[in-house]
Design a protein around this ligand. Sequence first.
Ligand code: AHM
Ligand code: MG
Length: 337
Amino acid sequence: MHNGTTITQFIIEEQRHVAGATGDFTSLLNDIVTACKVISNMVNQGALVGVLGSAESENIQGETQKKLDILTNEVFIKSNEWAGHLAAMASEEMDTIYDIPAKYPRGKYLLTFDPLDGSSNIDVNVSVGTIFSILRIQGGDGAPSERDFLQAGTQQVAAGYALYGPSTMMVLTTGKGVNGFTLDQSIGEFILTHPDMTIPADTREFAINASNMRFWEPAVKRYVQECLDGKEGPRGDDFNMRWIASMVAEVHRILTRGGVFMYPIDSKMKSKGLGGKLRLLYEANPMSFIVEQAGGGSITGAERIMDLQPESLHQRVPVILGSKNEVERILGYHDQA
Ligand code: AHM
Ligand code: MG
């Protein structure tokens, strides 16, 4: 018998204080939680159930899909299409939006997700995660279109991620702080274990894929070089570095002990016509919402991510997020550039 607060109880109690709440949102979050439990189980079983390895397909972004990318996308759709809370969904693994089938009622929310972020880590048994964001559909009763999804991050109703690591966790914000829940495998429930998560404003730890260093812009080069210079450099202190290549694990570390995560724009991306590595609607915006709610900052370099007006469903943006004072310093370096 556990004594903790389950995620369902937490959401119901939180929503009780929201004027005009119908229970739709609570129920939607519950379906998302269920999807993440199913994915957690799949990821856990790994090679035992033959889900590792690549599929014979590419997603819209020309990336080879892993079998689990496709399977987990399917899980999210099946868990969330039937209940009547959603008008449409969009994901990293689908070219265009997923309209709710006519046999189900259509609701007022839009769901975007990356069902298995960091999936290049799957075959080597390193942490991966699911990222999601909930928006409200604006206006019109007509069929939802891609345009309905093009809302700034500040419009998000909720965002969260599930981390499939040594333990499975769900971290959630509905705009009233950030709370973390750990999956108790023995009872199949997420239990509140990390109430009110906050990111320390200062840090001595950064995360970046340094193999791209020669392509970076001057502001990022300067920041990283100053960290590397350590005690003898202008920062007057030694810095530590991490790179998991799994954004969910990276953000989770930052929520736990502070730090900065950077996937900046670089000249190689620019030459390919890409605006960044990570996608705005189902990676950068939800993570920015969580990080800001935990007291951190999240920028592209020169701008706040959540203020961006999205232009397309799979738009990519540079991402620099984490401990507030470091993010502000990096923003300053961009302003001076
Ligand atoms: P994915 O959505 O195809 O899994 O890619 C996103 C991931 C992030 O989780 C991670 O931060 C980044 O890609 C790692 O990129 P790299 O392989 O360049 O280090
Ligand atoms: Mg991803």
